[in-house]
Design a protein around this ligand. Sequence first.
Ligand SMILES: Cc1cc2nc3c(=O)[nH]c(=O)nc-3n(C[C@H](O)[C@H](O)[C@H](O)COP(=O)(O)O)c2cc1C
Length: 168
Amino acid sequence: MLTDPAKLQDNLIRLIASDWMLVTAGTPEKFNTMTANWGGMGYLWNKNVVFVFVRPERYTYEFIEDTEGFTLTFFDEKYRDALNLCGVKSGRNCDKIAETGLTPYFTQSGYPAFAEARIVLECRKLYAMQLERDNFLDDEPLNTHYRSKGGLHKVYIAEIERAWGSST
Ligand SMILES: Cc1cc2nc3c(=O)[nH]c(=O)nc-3n(C[C@H](O)[C@H](O)[C@H](O)COP(=O)(O)O)c2cc1C
């Protein structure tokens, strides 16, 4: 059911941190999805927004960079195996859609989403920002999460254009 994102029933921290989400971007010809549990939702520039953190080495990153927007999808617990798979395997080396059995479709704005999701957020990019080592005010996250090789995350702030799910 199409809904007002401000009326989603779920606790948003639990939804992202514990339930996890799929970040999916691309075109009907080629798209990719990955699991994420860093990010948030809120209100910025008088808009309902999401912000997600994506490492540049993810295959999904290329699709987010190349298109106007992406979807965030949230699932019932029975899809945990699918989310686990999308969080350890890369679409560069496998067909995640075939392996998970998820059913892709394209939203009104043409972004890929999944029929099995209980919440779908259609998100249009507004701002992108590369995290910088020098900007950390506390070294703990830097030392914990960016000690090994690999890029710092890029943050995407995106407007929620449409949301589907159960509302209050
Ligand atoms: C629970 C969980 C949460 C994750 N959260 C993020 C995240 O917020 N940002 C990120 O860049 N990668 C995150 N990952 C890692 C990606 O999902 C993983 O590297 C994936 O294989 C990337 O797939 P791709 O190369 O097909 O894009 C997470 C993985 C798991 C299992």
